[in-house]
Design a protein around this ligand. Structure first.
Ligand SMILES: [Zn+2]
Ligand SMILES: [Zn+2]
Length: 181
């Protein structure tokens, strides 16, 4: 008698515990599902500029439990809109800095003015000078902007010998004398 009473109480408690556990599990699954859907919605808003696509992603996140968010993470844009914006700003700043950057001597890297003809530290020649008014000239200029004198380009090989050609000449001469012997 007592044993059967205890047995029925035990079974009632047991089934109650099981149903509570089942409900908790169900609640957990639903919370997890809604949480994932909400995360997909928030992530899509951070990454996608198009409202229609954000809506589609959100529908995918909520509509297909657990599979939708996985599919979304496979196809979502790799960068957030904030990242894209930050990169654009950084690139623009870099470009501006390059344009405004002060020129440097190519040899000793001292900061020089764009009007310098020679580097004041290592005396490297930085620019050509106008033959008539001595103004510093840009390598691209075809005429002096200050006195309108055409820029005369000094013909190559005038006193300066390119080492490679000199070596080739010497080699050819040596070869000729060797053959004539
Ligand atoms: Zn220098
Ligand atoms: Zn000039």
């Amino acid at each position: 008698m007592a044993a059967s009473v205890f047995g029925s109480i035990h079974s009632v408690l047991h089934s109650g515990a099981a149903s509570v556990a089942g409900n908790v599990l169900l609640l957990f699954v639903i919370v997890f599902w809604l949480g994932l859907g909400f995360r997909v919605h928030r992530d899509a808003r951070r990454r996608i500029d198009d409202g229609w696509l954000v809506g589609l992603s959100t529908a995918l996140g909520f509509g297909l439990p657990f599979i939708g968010p996985v599919v979304y993470t496979l196809f979502r844009p790799p960068e957030t809109l904030a990242d894209v914006h930050a990169r654009e700003v950084e690139l623009r700043a870099l470009r501006g800095r390059l344009l405004q950057s002060t020129p440097h001597c190519p040899v000793c890297l001292t900061e020089v003015e764009s009007s310098y003809v020679v580097c004041p530290v290592c005396t490297t020649r930085l620019r050509e000078q106008c033959t008539s008014c001595d103004a510093p000239l840009d390598p691209l200029w075809q005429a002096c902007p200050y006195c309108a004198t055409p820029v005369v380009t000094v013909p190559a090989g005038n006193g300066t010998i390119v080492p490679f050609v000199a070596d080739l000449d010497a080699a050819l001469t040596a070869e000729a004398t060797r053959l004539s012997d």
